[in-house]
Design a protein around this ligand. Structure first.
Ligand code: ADP
Length: 251
């Protein structure tokens, strides 16, 4: 593949975890220690929840795993790349290539079609616009919205908006999908459909970390990393994850 000076070597070798945090701390001015020695390894193909109460350090951890912030101490490697060795532009390139983000509030561009919102997820790919739009249509089909390509955000339900946001996050096939309270703004049935979609994407090979305070949501995922006061207090794996009911159509 071609590389530019800002690019980061792309392939995450199978030998490397997707996420590898070692003894990560993050302190804020004023003496708050938001993360106090976190070890976390996420391997390709995992679907996990990072779960904890308000103030436990979840957002701080999300920012560090998402390479939006750097630790005060400790090491952070994403797809085998030690972020301490990367400058800010290289870090942006790593983020664009390796990580897809989904937020509670969707963050779609208003007045822009679902297809173009999703195509935006490929803005830094270097692909021509026509190709980006074709891939966006395919990603929307994957999330069950093949019939909503031209709809703008205000013409979509909350659950549909979140599915557009998920399509935008996965259209570039990132190594990691980071979802921050992805069901937090949705009614129960739409939230359930989003959880099922995350399961489906994971079954197709996506590596997904869901950050949440919602224990019911966490219980539906096969791995749960519990965080309290900036520390990992438990890391649980289910032999067989709580089965999610099948599809809720059209939500
Ligand atoms: P959560 O997402 O689990 O609610 P956060 O990561 O937002 O937790 O916060 C963890 C701790 O760090 C909290 O005590 C919070 O007040 C503090 N904190 C978060 N961001 C900042 C900041 N920018 N400056 C100072 N303290 C912060």
């Amino acid at each position: 593949m071609t590389t530019t000076p800002d690019s980061v070597p792309a392939p995450p070798s199978a030998a490397h975890p997707v996420v590898d945090l070692r003894d990560v701390t993050r302190s804020y001015p004023g003496g708050v220690t938001a993360l106090a020695g976190v070890d976390l390894t996420v391997r390709a193909g995992e679907l996990l929840a990072i779960v904890g109460p308000s103030g436990s350090g979840k957002s701080t951890l999300l920012h560090i795993v998402g390479t939006l912030d750097r630790p005060t101490s400790g090491t952070v490697a994403i797809a085998g790349h030690d972020i301490a060795s990367l400058g800010d532009r290289q870090l942006s390139a790593l983020r664009a290539r390796h990580i897809g983000f989904v937020f509670q509030a969707f963050h779609l561009v208003p007045g822009v079609s679902a297809q173009d919102n999703v195509a935006e997820g490929l803005l830094y790919s270097g692909l021509p616009r026509t190709k980006r739009r074709t891939m966006a249509a395919e990603a929307l089909a994957r999330v069950g919205l093949a019939d909503r390509l031209g709809h703008r955000p205000h013409e979509l339900s909350g659950g549909q908006k979140q599915r557009v946001a998920i399509a935008r996050a996965v259209v570039g096939e990132p190594d990691l999908l980071l979802a921050d309270e992805p069901t937090g703004a949705l009614d129960t049935a739409s939230g359930q459909a989003v959880v099922e979609l995350l399961h489906d994407l994971n079954a197709d090979g996506a590596t997904i970390a869901v950050i949440t305070h919602d224990h019911d949501l966490a219980a539906r995922l096969p791995r749960r990393v519990r965080i309290t006061d900036g520390r990992v207090i438990a890391d649980e794996h289910s032999a067989s994850p709580a089965a999610a009911p099948r599809k809720v159509a059209g939500r």
